[in-house]
Design a protein around this ligand. Structure first.
Ligand code: NOJ
Length: 779
């Protein structure tokens, strides 16, 4: 079985066929129509008629000004997540000019603000409270990219559920997550917020996170509305510079950047956030193609669309709107329902309606979408139901949440190198613990840590080791170096070298400072900032065993470390319980099982580098005769330092006997690929078994291989398991030369193994072309 996938069924011409969410209506074959099955009944379980009656009656009472108020989202003064702040948000709430507030939390504060809306406005329509609950609310889990490295969908879903439980107990109804942008440029700081470079993995994680946040009942008190962001193609910012332009073919958009968003719609994500970037000349926030044609019409999205922070206003500097009023007109007519922090709607929509540039029906549609979500949350029954101090007291930092955070952290770590099995460490060894990240609480929880406490709660590695050993192991700590970009002072080196001399093993906690990743945190290189590399080189001279505990929110260029230290454990930013989790892994209580969700380059000049690239007409063959006229660099190899899907374990897994039960795949049928995986090492452990497929020839060129399935299995020492994947035509689909979603007849290679470099292979033929979805005539 391919464990995590949804199923599609081929179109049958002339019939109306419902296909796992898709309904193809062949009423007029010259104009194919695409309609999504309604998620509102299937997933949100609405009684549509009752809800519609309530909202009709409410909207009949609303003035146009009150309706426009519902489309306005303002930040409170509690947190700063963008360039502007609102000083008068409370006044505006009382005047009925605000439908939603973000960056406000705690049961008391949300209750106070809710009171202003409920008691002081004419209709008392409750506010919706949103917040960036990304990888935990108070109890912080590893950063999203770290969670993705666990390849453990259940763990990721549970982490989102815990985040939702804590957030909902503090009055929050709506999280601005999951971030589902595919990201292939590690210079872009927001790589840390997503699930990495791969479509299949990111899509499955998008599903897990939406389900974790929303559960199966939007009205339950331990769930929050999800928001798929940033729609769309934000991850391909030119030169890795945040907010920069994106340009890509429609096929790349559909095959690579849209699938996680479509999956979020299928799972019932309640909202979508527009992205800051322009895409092929049109800012996403003014893109009728993205918002109306694809999201609302084609995918049948029934939730609401919010902008990113002042993104409507930003269409003016983009050069797409002449002024704010024009920007507002473009946004609402493109399909933006809610304006985040820009006040463009509240300042201009009335006039735009009077001038007949915006139809009232467009505003009504937006208002209805927002009111429906308030209804589903139960806010019209009890506007204060999420603002409950007792529940807050009970849920925040609960023991079970902390345990889960420690567990997910351990699962997220990736062992990149372990020469001579230097890890796990033995308790008899004294340890020099060195580096700016060894005892820095603020760094442990990374960026976008919501209401997470950065100063008291996080457990550092030094604290984790001390908690574990007390005085029974000698730990000689020295910060030694700085991670600040402009640091040059090497005065701390001497102390670090002294600590190392006294110790049997050197453990270096190094990488990036927490705020070097996330929003507005692009970098031109991927090296260790500050004096860290220089200190590592000094320590190397001592000839002692060296372990690097790497902390970062992006792939870094760590070629020197790879060549010179004995072991490297990537721990991302591991969260509130990070120090305990790292100690658990360093000492073998947990055998690392994470796999990279992103490729690690050797050099920043290789960027963008990702495993599922195209082959070129002159692929480089290091063993080939012709070397010059090949697709390669003169002064660096094409190969990554560590490939996608890579990660070691304290044990050894071997793969053998890849077999396919048939060499022919017929439409409507499947082929089963199986492989034996054996634990030949000395520890029990988990392995992520990965299936890749290559479509050898296509009507458009196809990637060298693509992830199409994975299973995380546990094997006791000496145990062997047979792992099976079922492959059907839907797994082979892509947007063909005519932009139909189709699988094309021909030969396919199968690769199964423990990384994207898996070299156990098989081959099968797809017997006929299979078309799943016709191109949209507008594409
Ligand atoms: C800007 C960020 O791009 C987005 O991810 C976030 O949700 C909003 N600010 C709100 O804080």
């Amino acid at each position: 079985m391919i464990k995590y996938k949804r199923s599609l069924i081929a179109l049958s011409v002339g019939a109306a066929l419902t296909v796992s969410g898709w309904k193809y209506l062949d009423s007029d074959s010259s104009k194919p129509e695409f309609k999504k099955e309604s998620v509102s009944e299937k997933i949100w379980k609405d009684d549509k008629a009752v809800m519609a009656k309530f909202i009709d009656e409410l909207m009949a009472k609303m003035t146009l000004e009150e309706k426009i108020g519902q489309l306005n989202l303002l930040t409170s003064g509690w947190d700063k997540t963008g360039p502007t702040m609102s000083d008068d948000y409370q006044e505006q709430i009382k005047e009925g000019k605000v439908g939603a507030i973000f960056n406000a939390f705690t049961a008391d504060y949300t209750r106070d603000l809710q009171k202003l809306a409920v008691e002081e406005t004419r209709l008392g329509i409750p506010l919706l409270f949103g917040y960036d609950v990304i990888h935990g609310h108070r109890t912080i889990f590893p950063i999203s990219l770290g969670e993705a490295a666990s390849w453990d969908l259940d763990a990721i879903q549970d982490a989102s559920r815990i985040a939702a439980t804590e957030a909902a107990a503090e009055g929050i109804h709506w999280t601005f997550a999951p971030m589902v942008d595919i990201a292939r440029d590690p210079r872009w700081g927001r790589v840390s917020e997503g699930s990495g470079e791969d479509v299949f993995l990111s899509t499955e994680i998008a599903r897990a996170r939406v389900n974790g946040f929303q559960g199966d009942d939007l009205g339950a008190l331990d769930t929050v509305l999800a928001c798929a962001k940033h729609y769309a193609a934000y991850g391909q910012a030119q030169a890795g510079r945040d907010y920069h332009t994106t340009n890509m073919s429609t096929r790349e958009l559909w095959d690579t950047y849209l699938p996680p968003f479509e999956a979020a719609v299928e799972e019932g994500a309640a909202s979508f956030m527009t992205s800051f970037n322009e895409l092929n000349g049109v800012p996403a926030t003014g893109s009728k193609y993205l918002l109306d044609d694809i999201l609302k019409q084609r995918w049948g999205f029934e939730g609401f669309v919010v902008t990113d922070y002042t993104a409507i206003n930003e269409m003016v500097p983009h050069g797409f709107a002449a002024d704010l009023k024009h920007a507002g007109e473009l946004a609402i007519n493109a399909g933006v329902d809610m304006d985040m922090q820009g006040s463009v709607y509240s300042d201009n929509l009335l006039e735009l309606v009077e001038e007949e540039k915006v139809r009232i029906s467009q505003i009504d549609n937006a208002v209805r979408r927002i009111l429906e979500m308030k209804y589903r949350l139960g806010l019209f029954e009890d506007p204060y139901r999420y603002s409950d101090t007792d529940r807050q007291e009970r849920e925040i930092y609960k023991h079970a949440h902390m345990e889960a955070a420690r567990d997910v952290a351990r699962k997220s770590f990736v062992l990149l190198k372990n020469q001579n099995s230097i890890l796990p460490l033995s308790e008899g060894q004294s340890v020099a613990l060195i580096g700016p990240l060894a005892d820095s609480k603020q760094d442990m929880i990374g960026s976008w840590s919501a209401a997470g406490d950065r100063w008291e709660k996080p457990v550092t590695l030094l604290e984790g080791l001390k908690a574990r050993f007390g005085d029974s192991v000698d730990i000689n700590y020295a910060k030694g170096a700085s991670y600040e970009f402009d640091a040059t002072d090497t005065a701390g080196f001497a102390e670090a070298i002294e600590a190392a001399k006294k110790s049997d093993v050197i453990v270096m906690a190094m990488g990036e400072k927490w705020n070097m990743t996330g929003e507005a945190a692009s970098r031109v290189d991927l090296n260790f900032p500050g004096t860290q590399s220089a200190l590592m080189k000094e320590l190397k001279k001592l000839g002692k065993p060296m372990v690097l505990v790497l902390m970062s929110g992006r792939p870094m260029t760590i070629t020197w470390a790879d060549e010179n230290v004995d072991a490297i454990l990537h721990t991302w930013y591991a969260g509130t319980q990070g120090g305990h989790a790292i100690a658990d892994v360093l000492y073998g209580d947990y055998n690392p099982s994470g796999k990279l969700p992103v490729t690690f380059p050797r050099h920043v000049g290789q960027v963008p580098i990702y495993y599922n690239m195209k082959n070129t007409g002159r692929p480089f063959d290091p063993n080939g005769e012709e070397q010059k006229y090949r697709s390669r660099y003169l002064n660096e190899s094409n190969a990554p330092l560590y490939p996608f899907g890579y990660g070691l374990s304290y044990t050894e897994f071997s793969y053998s006997d890849l077999a396919l039960n048939s060499q022919i795949l017929n439409p409507g049928s499947s082929v089963t690929a199986s492989i034996n995986v054996t634990n030949n090492g000395e520890h029990a452990g988990e392995e992520v078994v990965q299936l890749y497929i290559q479509d050898k020839v296509g009507s458009v060129t196809r990637p060298v291989r693509e992830l199409k399935g994975f299973q995380k299995i546990h094997l006791e020492q000496g145990e062997r398991k047979t792992v099976e994947f079922t492959i059907s035509a839907e797994d082979l689909a892509f947007h063909d030369i005519d932009m139909n979603l189709a699988a094309e007849a021909g030969e396919f290679n199968v690769f199964i193994g423990g990384s994207s470099e898996a070299n156990n292979t098989g081959t099968f033929q797809l017997s006929e072309n299979v078309q799943f979805r016709r191109a949209n005539p507008n594409d």
